[in-house]
Design a protein around this ligand. Structure first.
Ligand code: SF4
Length: 63
């Protein structure tokens, strides 16, 4: 699973952190950061976070 985020699109809504706190965090400006994308977190959680992101900033691709 490969997770990429576009911080230029992120509006800091925080839905990704609420949905998948093992995968996402927010920096001091509220912009999304990806925690270890190889940590074995379920692809379902990542895809759910991508679907809920209001700005479409998260992309999830299979390896
Ligand atoms: S849900 Fe989307 S807009 Fe909100 S912090 Fe996460 S990546 Fe940014």
């Amino acid at each position: 699973m490969r997770i990429t985020v576009d911080t230029g699109r992120c509006v800091g809504a925080g839905q990704c952190v609420l949905t998948a706190p093992d995968l996402f965090d927010q920096d001091d400006d509220g912009l999304v950061t990806v925690l270890d994308p190889t940590a074995g977190v379920s692809a379902g959680a990542a895809r759910e976070a991508a679907a809920l992101c209001p700005s479409g900033a998260i992309s999830v691709a299979a390896d």
